[in-house]
Design a protein around this ligand. Structure first.
Ligand code: ADE
Length: 479
């Protein structure tokens, strides 16, 4: 992941991020940092980048042209469209959800202001996100950018040594941390709680959860309220047709769910990463799904029943696919089957399975022809979500994690069919998810008999009823 920071004080950013965990990640090239001095784009001999404000008022304003030049120098290099984040106290409040959303991008550009702000015209033309780190005013955007970069970096795979910890914190991420203790056992007459010395991990986990809940209720009632709503929704989904609702359950488990509406037997969740709305059991009208609030219009709704297809079609949504959820319901990993024999992702015939990178895109696009078009495949590769099987250098099969969390995109080169390669790829990616503590699932389009047969052979269970993907191309997903 590449961070680009446009600032008048590049050294402040470089020094601030060169220590500790971000420093190590930079040295290991897991993240990169490119600072651009806006002053280098001044077009006068004094390198001045600020001027008085039209209409009067105290203080100086950063001028449009140097800021524009600095931004262009970065975006021209990146070549693909990317998020340009202006750090400003007037922005949307930064939080863990936003950090997760940003962590899914390959490049992020941060624009740090100084003085009294920046000429509005260059902001209008270039900025995609206005973000604040809190309701107070700093002397400049640098510290705010560093705070965000730190929080985003720790979500990038490989930055924390224990990758799983950043992910599994997620659902509990709605809760504050439980109290922790280190040696000595007794300090100032206070002993470590006995349960932590018991060696019984189940009891320890239960105690920690209880402490987290208590602490959150006392210190952050707002977070506690959200946690309770999601817990109630999760319980409902677990008790009612668990296999059908596995996508929603995992959305909550993986810390990506926001409740838009929830009561008794009707829930609408929103995926904070994609903006997709997940909808279950509506008894009455469906109209609320697209006129709740401006930023909550789902471009896509995943219905967990077929009853309302017609009404949604009338409202401008297309029925893209009717599927069944196929779920691996056990905690233990899938046994190695077919050609997949080792954890290193090496098949019996010596084919290797590994994460795809940008250079593999063209070969992957020849194999995977999804209805989403090549742009989607490219984005998933850049997000580190697509794996491939290789016969030496030749890409012979792909599989990936869809944006909303299901496993799919499975395609095998026709010359390499009937070698159990699909089985190998699927076992590999399912086991990666299980290692992360997730419940892996895929969605099989009804009528795809070959895929149905494969899922059965692998030991997956199908939801009895169907889910339907409805998409409205006129509404773009707002993040
Ligand atoms: N620049 C000045 N104050 C800020 C804040 N609170 N958040 C982001 N950028 C800022």
């Amino acid at each position: 992941m590449n961070f680009h920071v446009l600032t008048l004080f590049p050294e402040m950013i470089e020094q601030g991020l060169s220590e500790s965990i971000t420093g190590r990640a930079l040295k290991q090239n897991i993240i990169s940092l490119d600072t651009v001095n806006i002053r280098d784009f001044a077009n006068n001999k004094h390198n001045k980048v600020d001027d008085y404000t039209y209409g009067g008022g105290a203080g100086m304003l950063m001028q449009a042209e140097p800021v524009y030049g600095a931004i262009k120098s970065v975006t021209d290099k990146i070549k693909h469209p990317c998020r340009v984040i202006y750090v400003t106290p007037q922005g949307k409040r930064f939080d863990q959800h936003m950090a997760m959303d940003f962590a899914g991008n390959e490049d992020l550009v941060f624009l740090c202001g100084h003085y009294e702000g920046i000429d509005e015209r260059v902001l209008e033309e270039t900025v995609t996100d206005y973000v604040s780190i809190g309701d107070y005013v700093l002397t400049g955007g640098e510290l705010a950018a560093m705070v965000m970069i730190d929080a985003i970096s720790r979500l990038v795979p490989g930055v924390l040594h224990n990758d799983i910890s950043a992910e599994t914190e997620s659902f509990h991420g709605k809760l504050l941390e439980y109290p922790q203790y280190s040696r000595p056992f007794s300090w100032h007459g206070k002993e470590v709680p006995a349960v932590l010395m018991s060696g019984n991990q189940k009891q320890i986990d239960a105690w920690r959860l209880e402490q987290s809940i208590m602490r959150t209720r006392q210190r952050r009632p707002d977070l506690y309220d959200e946690y309770q709503k999601l817990s109630k929704c999760r319980e409902f989904l677990l008790d009612n047709n668990k296999l059908l609702h596995i996508d929603m359950i995992e959305l909550i488990n993986r810390g990506r769910a926001e409740i838009i509406y929830g009561e008794d037997d009707e829930y609408l969740l929103r995926d904070i990463n994609t903006g997709i709305g997940f909808h279950t059991k509506p008894e009455g009208a469906i109209a609320f799904a697209f006129d709740i609030e401006d930023n909550m219009k789902p471009a896509c709704i995943i219905l967990h029943q077929t009853k309302y297809i017609k009404q949604l079609e009338e409202a401008g949504y297309n029925n893209n696919a009717v599927c069944k959820q196929a779920v691996w319901t056990r905690r233990e990993k899938m046994p190695a089957r077919g050609l997949y024999k080792t954890d290193a992702g090496i098949t019996e015939d010596g084919y290797t399975i590994k994460l795809l990178c940008r250079d593999d895109f063209e070969a992957a696009a020849k194999l995977y022809k999804g209805f989403d078009g090549d742009g989607y495949l490219y984005d998933r590769i850049m997000d580190g979500a697509v794996y491939g099987a290789f016969d030496i250098e030749r890409l012979i099969g792909v599989i990936g994690l869809h944006e909303e969390g299901s496993i799919g995109m499975l395609s095998v080169d026709p010359e390499y069919r009937r070698k159990k390669l699909a089985m190998a790829l699927e076992t590999y990616i399912f086991n990666l998810a299980i290692e992360k503590g997730q419940i892996p699932y895929g969605q099989v389009i009804i009528g795809n008999e070959a895929s149905m047969a494969l899922q059965k052979k692998l030991g997956l269970y199908f939801s009895k009823t169907d889910i339907v993907w409805m998409e409205n191309k006129k509404i773009s997903v707002e993040k």
